[in-house]
Design a binder for this molecule. Structure first.
Ligand code: FMN
Length: 387
C-alpha cells in the first residue's frame, strides 16, 4: 500500500486509476484556468502566524454549520458525476463524510440518486439544487429532497450556463463514456475502475433519468445543461425556491459583496463564497481573496462559508481565520475517491483534519471557534488590489 501523506498523493493515484475523461473533468477549470490556479496559489500567499509556549492540550475542531454540529468546519461540496470517478461514488463519499462527522452535499447532477444516497446513509445530508426551466421537475426534485430528509438546500447561483472546459470537449465527456478507440485504449489501463463499474447499475444521472419526460439523451452534460438550466434565474426565483423548500437554505457561488447583500435580503441562512472551483467565470478573483470584502459587507448578519482551492487543513485554517464559519472541499475529496474509493475519501478528510488540528495548535489556539484574524499574516492589499 502506498504511504499517503497529503492530498497530492491521492491526486496522483486518482490520475493513475481513473479514466482520463473523468480525471480531466475533475482537474480542470474554464478557458485559461487562471481562476482555477489562483484559487490555490492565493492561499499560498497567506502565511500562518506561529505562537509558542501556549498550552495546546485538549484541542477541539468541533463547531457548527447552519446550526448543525460538525466534527470540523469542512463539508463535502456538491460534485457532479462523482459516481463516474468510482462506481457508486456519491454513496461512498456520503458514507465517509458521515463517519467523519461532516456534511455531505449531493449534487443535482449526481450519478446515485437522492433516494439511493438516503438509503445507504443514516444521517441527513444536504442537497444541491440547479434550477431548471421545467418547473414541474424542479418542484418534484425539491419534494424528493424533502422526502429523503435532506437537512439543507444548497442553491447554486453561478451556473445558469456552463463555463467551457477545453478538456471536456476534447475528451468527449459523457455519462456513461462513449466507447471510442481512444476511450477503449484508456479503459484498458484502468481495469479496476471498469470492473467496479460493470458491477453497479448506477451509470447515469440518477436524479434525472426516469424523472423527466422529453429528454432523449441525458448522457451529455453540456447538452442537458444548455437545454434545461434556467438562464432566467434571478433573486425573485431564489426567493420562490426558498419558500418551496421551507428549510435551511445555503446560497452557493457568491463572489461579490453586492450579491452577498442580495443573499442576505432574500433571507438565506448562509452563503458560500465560491467561484465553482474556477470552472465558471475564468478571470474571476479567487474565493479566498473575495472573502474579506464579503465579510465586511455581511459578515455580522449571515453565516459565511467558503470553497474553491482548499487542498489542506492549513487552507481551511486560513479561511476560518479570515471569517468563514465553514468550508467545503471539492477536488480534495474526489481525489481520495478516485484513488481509493470510500477509504480514500476517509483518508482525505483525516489528512485535512490532522493538518487543521496541528496548524491551529501552532497558531496558539486550542479551539477552532477561537480562530480569528490574528492567526494569519495577510499581505497588504491582498483583498483590495482590484476595484
Ligand atoms: C468535478 C466537479 C464537479 C462539480 N459539480 C458541481 C455541481 O454539480 N454542483 C455545484 O454546485 N458545484 C459543483 N462543483 C463545484 C464544487 O461544488 C465546488 O464549488 C468546487 O469544487 C470547490 O473547489 P475545489 O475543487 O478547489 O475545492 C463541481 C466541482 C468539480 C471539481
Amino acid at each position: 500500500m502506498p504511504v499517503i501523506t497529503c492530498i497530492d498523493d491521492l491526486k496522483r493515484l486518482h490520475k493513475r486509476r481513473t479514466p482520463k475523461m473523468f480525471y480531466d473533468y475533475c482537474e480542470s477549470g474554464s478557458w485559461t484556468e487562471q481562476t482555477f490556479r489562483e484559487n490555490c496559489s492565493d492561499f499560498q500567499d497567506i502565511r500562518l502566524r506561529q505562537r509558542v509556549a501556549v498550552d495546546m492540550e485538549g484541542r477541539s475542531l468541533k463547531t457548527e454549520m447552519i446550526g448543525q454540529e460538525v466534527a470540523m468546519p469542512v463539508a463535502l461540496a456538491p460534485v457532479g458525476l462523482t459516481g463516474m470517478q468510482r462506481a457508486d461514488g456519491e454513496i461512498k463519499a456520503a458514507r465517509a463524510a458521515e463517519a467523519a462527522g461532516v456534511p455531505f452535499t449531493l449534487s443535482t447532477m449526481s450519478v446515485c440518486s437522492i433516494e439511493d444516497v438516503a438509503e445507504h446513509t443514516t444521517k441527513p445530508f444536504w442537497f444541491q439544487l440547479y434550477t431548471m426551466k421545467d418547473q414541474d421537475f424542479l418542484r418534484r426534485l425539491i419534494q424528493r429532497a424533502k422526502d429523503a430528509r435532506c437537512s439543507a438546500l444548497v442553491i447554486t447561483l453561478d451556473l445558469q450556463i456552463l463555463g467551457q472546459r477545453h478538456k471536456d470537449l476534447k475528451n468527449g465527456l459523457s455519462t456513461p463514456p462513449k466507447l471510442s478507440p481512444a476511450v477503449i485504449a484508456d479503459l484498458a489501463t484502468k481495469w479496476g475502475w471498469g470492473i467496479e463499474m460493470l458491477r453497479t447499475k448506477r451509470r447515469q444521472f440518477g436524479n434525472i433519468v426516469g424523472h423527466v419526460a422529453d429528454i432523449e439523451d441525458t448522457s451529455s452534460l453540456g447538452e442537458w445543461t444548455a437545454q434545461q438550466f434556467d438562464q432566467k434565474l434571478d433573486w425573485a426565483k431564489v426567493a420562490t425556491i426558498k419558500e418551496m423548500w421551507g428549510g435551511p437554505v445555503i446560497l452557493k457561488g457568491i463572489l461579490d459583496p453586492e450579491d452577498a447583500r442580495m443573499a442576505l435580503k432574500v433571507g438565506a441562512d448562509a452563503i458560500v463564497v465560491s467561484n465553482h472551483g474556477g470552472r465558471q467565470q475564468d478571470g474571476a478573483i479567487s474565493s479566498i481573496r473575495a472573502l474579506e470584502p464579503i465579510m465586511q459587507a455581511v459578515g455580522g448578519d449571515i453565516e459565511v462559508h467558503l470553497d474553491s482551492g482548499i487542498r489542506s487543513g492549513q487552507d481551511v485554517l486560513k479561511a476560518i481565520a479570515l471569517g468563514a464559519k465553514g468550508t467545503y472541499i471539492g477536488r480534495a475529496y474526489v481525489h481520495g475517491l478516485g484513488a481509493q474509493g470510500e477509504q480514500g475519501v476517509a483518508t482525505a478528510l483525516e489528512l485535512i483534519r490532522t493538518e487543521l488540528d496541528i496548524a491551529m495548535a501552532f497558531t496558539g489556539k486550542r479551539n477552532v471557534t477561537e480562530v480569528d484574524r490574528s492567526c494569519v499574516l495577510v499581505p497588504e492589499g491582498f483583498s483590495g488590489l482590484w476595484a
